[in-house]
Write a protein that binds this ligand. Structure first.
Ligand code: ADP
Ligand code: MG
Length: 451
């Protein structure tokens, strides 16, 4: 893998984390220019992108990069200027353009259906853990709208729900050209609905989704507690169902476990076929690794693959991530890694899950905001410290149900009203501040997955 491939790999992982529109806007025409010790230089097309990436996506980029290059501590951005006085640079820029088109073909999303063509059944490995879901998918393709409606597939993160339901969409699209298909995440559906309301275009929105022959809604658990979208999903569902149009939902949990869901919506979800995707066994994980390597046309020693399949317990995305991290390191060292080196590389990324203490929460928030943890416990009015402290208090309150006096005590004896104020402040801000929501998402990912 050269640096371009490495960056392409990083981009393809970032792409999974953010909306297609944001991805296309901010990551197009970016490239990895240089890596030196613990720093990396990314070239960007203009000042807007530079500022936006520094401001909004720096944590995500750093986090994703460190999956491959754990030593990287800092990422710098430079605006790429094509200078005619430097024909050599110009030339490499051109070849980099050619490669870039490849990158964006990979992350290409079909504008008509919103499906990503990279998710197919050709590259979908079937094992005991997902064979029911797979078989149901095949049956649905043959009997669209007539057999299992809705089809509700659920399972933990990174187990292939999105891959499966998009592969169904892509297969139908290939087989039947005159069929209207839409794939959308529940979150995006929600955003579009809000926008449509704001612009007085709810009819357009309704027409778009109620005219589908196949509607695929990903991560439907998102609608928990959101009445407006539940209502819209309910009516969309009815409109489609009455006309024998197929609906597919994915979720990280079964309908019965989605909280704050209107009963009538829950009963719709339960009215068709519900199938879960389990965790893959050792043999299947090995098969998945081999299939990924075939795609990349790279070979890796059996013992290393077995080590990966054994160590990474229950998540295909992580399995892929670990494989990629090994491939990028072996690229850097220009040699195949030994089992020992692989073990060392992975031990940096994957630590066993354990019970999290308040101290670790505080430490994690401090790391995230680059503030020494002890500052969070001191008396200070410095804005960034106050803010990080409020966020840490909020997490302890929301996620750990800690009492207000307990939290106050952990922060060097703060009054419980201060804690209450902090939690309310963050809670309210989350509703209106997308940036904060994203920060919390990545922060929690670090806290819960990596710790
Ligand atoms: P989920 O939606 O359940 O969180 P994804 O569908 O995004 O998971 O899958 C995570 C990653 O694992 C993707 O890159 C996907 O292509 C890959 N993957 C998942 N299941 C399989 C499978 N059965 N065979 C091959 N790759 C898979
Ligand atoms: Mg998914």
């Amino acid at each position: 893998m050269d640096t371009k491939d490495l960056w392409r790999q990083i981009l393809s992982e970032i792409e999974l984390e953010i909306s297609p529109a944001n991805f296309a806007t901010w990551f197009k025409n970016t490239d990895l220019r240089e890596k030196q010790n613990d720093q990396m230089l990314i070239s960007v097309p203009n000042i807007f992108v530079k500022e936006w990436l520094e401001d909004k996506y720096c944590k995500l980029i750093l986090k994703t990069t460190r999956n491959h290059l754990p030593e990287i501590k800092m990422i710098n951005y430079a605006i790429a200027i094509q200078s005619p006085a430097q024909p050599q640079i110009h030339k490499s820029e051109e070849s980099h353009h050619a490669k870039e088109q490849l990158t964006f073909k990979e992350s290409y999303v079909d504008p008509g259906t919103n499906l990503n063509p990279k998710y197919t059944f050709e590259n979908f490995v079937v094992g005991a853990f997902n064979e029911l879901a797979y078989a149901a998918g095949q049956a649905i393709i043959k009997n669209l709208g007539l057999l299992y409606n809705p089809f509700f597939v659920y399972g933990g993160v990174g187990l292939g729900k999105t891959h499966l339901i998009q592969a169904i969409g892509n297969t139908v699209k290939k087989q039947k050209t005159n069929i209207k298909i839409q794939y959308i995440s529940a979150e995006k559906f929600f955003k579009e609905l809000i926008e449509a309301i704001q612009h007085g275009e709810t009819n357009l929105f309704k027409d778009k989704y109620r005219a589908c022959n196949l509607l695929i809604v990903d991560d439907i658990q998102f609608i928990s507690g959101k009445n407006a979208i539940q209502e819209e999903i309910f009516h969309t569902f009815n409109a489609l169902y009455e006309n024998n149009n197929q609906i597919i939902f994915s979720s990280d949990r079964p309908p019965a476990a989605i909280h704050n869901l209107e009963e009538r919506v829950r009963s719709r979800f339960e009215g068709g076929l519900i199938v879960d995707i389990n965790t893959p066994d050792f043999e299947t994980k090995l098969a998945i690794l081999k299939s990924k390597l075939r795609e990349k046309n790279i070979e890796v020693k059996q013992e290393i693959l077995e080590y990966l399949a054994k160590t990474i317990k229950d998540n295909i995305r992580e399995l892929e991530g670990a494989l990629n991290s090994i491939l990028s390191r072996s690229y850097l060292f220009s040699k195949e890694l030994t089992l020992e080196e692989v073990q060392k590389t992975l031990s940096k990324n994957i630590k066993p899950k354990k019970v999290i203490t308040p101290k670790e929460v505080i430490q994690c928030v401090a790391n995230f905001y680059d503030i020494p943890a002890k500052n969070l416990l001191e008396k200070t009015r410095r804005k960034e410290i106050v803010r990080a402290r409020q966020i840490a208090m909020y997490i302890l309150r929301e996620d750990f149900n800690a009492s207000l006096p307990f939290i106050g005590q952990k922060f060097g004896g703060k009054d419980h009203t201060t804690v209450l104020y902090a939690c309310e402040k963050i809670k309210n801000e989350i509703k209106i501040n997308e940036r904060l929501r994203e920060e919390l998402k990545y922060l929690k990912e670090q806290l819960y997955n990596i710790v």
